[in-house]
Design a protein around this ligand. Structure first.
Ligand code: ARG
Ligand code: ASP
Length: 688
């Protein structure tokens, strides 16, 4: 009996990962397609990824530098999340035209709003280039030599890949810590215009209160259009540009989803660390997350206080506060999840088994090496994280430090200055300065404080006195003075107390922290290259997927609820009824537009679907990703995960890790009833 049990256990342990864990490379779809089809998917591998024929990948883009978007018409129409288009919507907003508050709907092409700096990138193809990248490398070389071999070879590959021009760009990315290299070739479009966005009371319904949570009722979408030159190639914004004709776009399914249905998310997850040791997890869960959470709580409290007092300040700081609070809340879920999963202990136990197995092999002593490296790195890295979360969060220092770089170009400089002051409220910045500097002083050990910082505290006696002097003497609080700066003024800038302060901290980081961190990190990376390879040999049956790195991936699973705590079960679909239940004119996050109340009152919309949960393994960057059904049609837009599962960047728990998607039918509902922009349906194709 016992023997059978052990055998059974061994088989279970070797089973290919957990059912729905994994962010797979599209080019290796061949290795997954059988499993996907077994779970309900009906298309073929080449429908998902192919270099020879138009396929689903051609309808997916990297939106901006950290989101995903999908094409939904032959005329360049694109869906992404409201929070992905947020800064564009915000930049077009003012107290008179408050598109954040009221929404924005172009009623014709000429009303679509251009967005400087916004790009979208299509993946042309990806290719395993490990051999070409490592050509000329031999085992005996130092890391330095290896890096330079890789650099030279990669440059050659990239140059060859983009030689046609026409918006092509390419990069070589290390996967599995440099056990494998892939070339990614993209075509990047630079004229992307805003077509529509719901009011924030829909697009950000639930705000930071509901963020990372279920039940969720956020209409998190915005609509853009890609423009190209007359030959359908990428071009800078021009009135002469025309809507881009994509190779492929998604058909929209109005069939909806129900528990158990197959779903597939095609997008660009940003970063995960699934194969790290217990030391890394311990640092994240017990040190980094809690400390950063505490610092951000202080900043957020200050912003919220002033935002509650004035509508103008609320507009100015809404995007900033959302950014600060997003990671703040995620870290809280992550920290809890790591603890609940006992990930540190489980990794330790795994490492013990690995060590036994590794005895006498080239992997012997690796885990111990990593442990020593982390012990050396962590205090420096924590100081660096403090530098980021404190000094670098002070806006006065941000404008002061950026000025020298933009000074040469008067037009660009003035635009940057205008943009900065449009959203600057000095009392917030002053209070944050005091709170952050005090925290830095209280929480950093003395040997991790820059001399300049100690000197200033001594000279002024208190952070308060320092604040007063700094904000009254620096010219960077005065828009007119900053606008008047010319390229002759660099010496004057360098004497400004805000610049001096920033520079002192930067130099400290640059000289004291960075060299150690970089040096140890490169040793850590090297050790992980071996450790990764070792783990693959240690568990030959397991199917490994590379950590996310903002390259295109496939995650598949099914629509599924979960139990967040004993006695509670969350069903996977939310409806308009839930919005009405939450609606409360006195609570900013839950105050829906009157139109929505009226529509609901007319009756018949109780069951209007809004969001749904599924088991797709996603992370930051997957926002805006198409959620695709078994037939390959668009049923949703991914935008979040549930709080209890945010440790999935480190460890995936199939019982609680869920992605949250907007039901595409709620987007259609909004176009029709809120935006009165049903003309947009004419260019979409509905599969059912
Ligand atoms: N949590 C989601 C993601 O990480 C959505 C963030 C935007 N929403 C917000 N309320 N801050 O991007
Ligand atoms: N909300 C995230 C994003 O913006 C997605 C996630 O972390 O699940 O990409």
């Amino acid at each position: 009996m016992k023997r059978i049990l052990i055998a059974l256990l061994a088989v279970l342990m070797m089973a290919p990962a957990w059912a729905d864990e994994g962010m797979w490379l599209p080019v290796l779809i061949g290795q997954r397609i059988k499993d996907m089809r077994a779970k309900g998917f009906k298309l073929k591998a080449e429908d998902v990824y192919s270099v020879n024929k138009a396929c689903l990948k051609d309808a997916v883009v990297l939106f901006g530098s950290g989101c995903t978007g999908e094409l939904v018409s032959g005329e360049g129409l694109l869906f992404t999340n409201h929070h992905c288009g947020y800064s564009q919507i915000q930049r077009h907003s003012s107290v008179e035209h408050d598109y954040l508050k009221d929404g924005f709907w172009a009623m014709s092409r000429d009303q679509e709003l251009p967005n400087r700096g916004l790009t979208v990138s299509f993946l042309e193809y990806m290719q395993d280039v490990t051999d070409a990248v490592l050509k000329g490398y031999s085992e005996g070389m130092t890391e330095r030599q290896r890096d330079s071999v890789i650099k030279v070879n990669s440059q050659g590959l990239v140059a060859e890949a983009v030689k046609e021009g026409k918006g092509l760009r390419a990069n070589v990315e290390a996967l599995f810590y440099g056990n494998q290299y892939f070339l990614f070739v993209f075509r990047t479009f630079r004229d992307v215009r805003l077509v529509g966005a719901p009011p924030s009371s829909i697009g950000k319904f639930g705000g930071d209160t509901d963020n990372w949570m279920w039940p969720r009722h956020t209409g998190d979408f915005s609509i853009f259009r890609i423009y190209a030159d007359k030959d359908n190639n990428p071009a800078d914004y021009s009135e002469d540009n025309v809507p881009y004709q994509p190779k492929k776009f998604f058909k929209i399914s109005r069939k909806g989803v129900k528990e158990g249905d197959f779903t597939f998310v095609y997008g660009c997850p940003g970063s995960t660390k699934e194969y790290v040791t217990s030391d890394e997890v311990e640092y994240t869960g017990n040190v980094s997350d809690p400390k950063k959470i505490a610092l951000r709580t202080k900043r957020l409290d200050i912003m919220k206080k002033y935002m509650a007092q004035s509508q103008a300040v609320r507009i100015q700081y809404s995007s900033k506060a959302a950014n600060v609070s997003n990671a703040w809340k995620k870290w809280q879920g992550e920290e809890k999840g790591i603890r609940r999963m006992k990930t540190v202990d489980k990794k330790k136990e795994y490492q013990e088994r690995f060590k036994q197995w590794a005895k006498g092999t080239r992997y012997d002593g690796l885990v111990e090496r990593l442990e020593a490296l982390y012990a050396k790195r962590n205090p420096y890295f924590l100081a660096y994280e403090y530098y980021n979360e404190t000094v670098r969060s002070i806006e006065l220092l941000q404008i002061a430090s950026g000025m020298l770089n933009v000074l040469k170009n008067k037009k660009a400089k003035d635009a940057a200055v205008e943009a900065f002051f449009k959203d600057y409220y000095q009392p917030i910045d002053e209070e944050i300065f005091v709170a952050m500097m005090k925290a830095f002083d209280d929480e950093m050990p003395d040997e991790f404080k820059p001399d300049y910082f100690k000197q200033m505290l001594k000279q002024y006696g208190s952070v308060e006195a320092w604040r007063k002097d700094l904000f009254s003497k620096s010219m960077f609080t005065d828009k007119e003075k900053v606008l008047a700066l010319t390229k002759e003024d660099s010496e004057q800038i360098k004497k400004d107390p805000a610049y001096v302060l920033y520079e002192a901290f930067y130099q400290w980081y640059f000289k004291e922290l960075r060299p150690v961190i970089n040096d140890v990190n490169s040793q850590i990376r090297l050790a992980y290259r071996d450790y990764m390879k070792g783990q693959m040999e240690f568990e030959p049956q397991k199917q490994f997927y590379p950590d996310a790195n903002l390259t295109l991936r496939i995650a598949y699973g099914n629509v599924k609820g979960y139990s967040p705590a004993d006695g509670i079960y969350y069903s996977p679909v939310s409806t308009l009824k839930g919005i009405i239940e939450k609606d409360n004119p006195d609570i900013f996050d839950y105050n829906i537009p009157q139109t929505l109340r009226d529509i609901y009152a007319e009756g018949g919309h109780d069951a209007q679907p809004v969001c749904f949960l599924a088991t797709n393994h996603t992370t930051g960057g997957n926002s805006g990703s198409p959620v695709i059904n078994a037939d390959g049609n668009l049923v949703g837009i991914n935008f979040d995960r549930v709080w209890e599962g945010t440790m999935s960047d480190i460890v995936y728990d199939p019982s609680v890790c869920r992605n949250i998607s907007l039901d595409i039918r709620y987007l259609l509902f909004n176009i029709e009833h809120i935006g009165h922009a049903a003309y947009l349906f004419d260019e979409m194709v509905f599969a059912d």
